[in-house]
Write a protein that binds this ligand. Structure first.
Ligand code: NAD
Length: 368
């Protein structure tokens, strides 16, 4: 029997509640496909700060590196919110693990489940047929450049002659753009063969380099893929104007962060979107949403994004396409039968079809 080692990182807020449902689904898949999943749970984020003083303890990193895949829920919460740069923050756990595992690609698919098409704030004719994938560069760009905050005369504000100044830098190396471009073109080959490369080449030098390299990779190795450049501000508009026209979008770290949250809203629920972070070693799978501290501990969080991240794990880390398809079918069936968690219910949902986190997980397992 094949055994896969999975590092579980529940994190904060609703994290422990939703990851339990992801594990339930993995166990059910294991039984059906004769695979053993061996779990090791570790700390990350706020809970790791409380217990060890650091958002990404060494032990967590070691287990993650020794595992075949990492399943993460979410990190963060009011308790650890701070603007003091000297205090540890939960997101350092996330940024740190991405960097340490070399996870330079983030895949965020956005698809519309027919049963939920009414949940979107966009008109049905606009979202009809939406099936896109954002390929976000994850270990470079603005989130990883040099940054500083300091006092000087030029920064003088209302408090006197000396004031604070801060800067962040956006930097890309050729190889970083080349490898993310390849990931995007490879993804497009398995999809509808179309890539939009998103940049701000009319202003930023990094974007001009980005554009040049993306085209070089395309012309050399992927001439069969349709490639179009699009400025990030225009892309933000077109995503809500004609989202069904997009197949694969590839972009810089911060642009990708913002655009993928915008794209998430096309589907109407953040609770339905998963993501995969891939590199050269262990990959990491997580929901696109955060730790939802406003509903933590109530047993009402939607576990489907976490379960969809399990689906992505089976697809990308273990090449178990049938198992991944069976999870997707189970989710479609449960939604078609009318079952909803609160976040995806609407006025037409009968009260007895609104279920909590655990019940939703059980329904998926029963339908596998
Ligand atoms: P959030 O995604 O946690 O929540 C936004 C809204 O969506 C909330 O009303 C929440 O209740 C709801 N929501 C999110 N996931 C849900 C689910 N599965 N089921 C039902 N409702 C759900 O974003 P936020 O409020 O901006 O951030 C809360 C915390 O999460 C912050 O500390 C933030 O830093 C952190 N965060 C973490 C990640 C991550 O771990 N990858 C991502 C984004 C935000």
């Amino acid at each position: 029997m094949t055994t896969y080692k999975i590092c579980l990182l529940p994190g904060d807020g609703i994290g422990p509640e939703i990851i339990a449902e992801g594990v339930k689904v993995l166990d059910a898949i294991g039984q059906r496909f004769d695979i053993e999943f061996e779990y090791t749970e570790e700390l990350i984020g706020g809970i790791a700060i409380d217990e060890t003083g650091c958002a990404l303890p060494e032990a967590t990193l070691k287990t993650a590196k020794d595992s075949d895949a990492v399943l993460l829920a979410a990190v963060g919460g009011y308790k650890w919110d701070t603007t003091d740069p000297t205090k540890p923050r939960p997101e350092q756990g996330l940024l740190g693990i991405r960097k340490e595992l070399g996870l330079y690609t983030n895949l965020r698919p956005v698809q519309i489940f027919d049963a939920l098409s009414g949940a979107s704030t966009l008109k049905p004719e606009i979202i009809d047929g939406v099936d896109l994938m954002i390929v976000r560069e994850l270990t470079g760009g603005l989130y990883f450049g040099a940054r500083e905050r300091f006092y000087d005369e030029a920064g003088a504000g209302m408090n006197g002659a000396i004031g604070q100044r801060a800067y962040d830098t956006l930097e890309y190396r050729e190889y970083e753009i080349e490898r993310i471009a390849r990931q995007a073109f490879e993804a497009a080959r398995k999809r509808r063969g179309r890539v939009h490369s998103v940049d701000k080449a009319n202003v930023l030098e990094t974007s001009r380099l980005w554009r040049e390299i993306v085209h070089r990779v395309h012309d050399a190795d992927y001439p069969d893929i349709e490639l179009e450049d699009i400025l990030v501000d225009n892309c933000a508009m077109q995503l809500i104007n004609r989202p069904a026209d997009f197949d694969v979008l590839v972009t810089e770290n911060m642009f990708g962060d913002i655009l993928s949250d915008e794209a998430a809203q096309i589907s109407g629920s953040l609770g339905m979107l998963a993501s995969a972070s891939l590199g050269d070693g262990t990959a990491l799978y997580e929901p696109s949403h955060g730790s939802a501290p406003d509903i933590a501990g109530q047993g009402i969080a939607n576990p489907l994004a976490q379960i969809l991240s399990v689906e992505m794990m089976l697809r990308y880390s273990f090449d178990m396409q049938d198992a991944a398809d069976s999870i997707r079918s189970a989710i479609i069936r449960v939604l078609d039968e009318g079952w909803r968690t609160g976040d995806i219910a609407d006025a037409s949902t009968p009260k007895d079809r609104i279920v909590g986190t655990e019940r939703m997980g059980n329904l998926i397992v029963a339908n596998l």
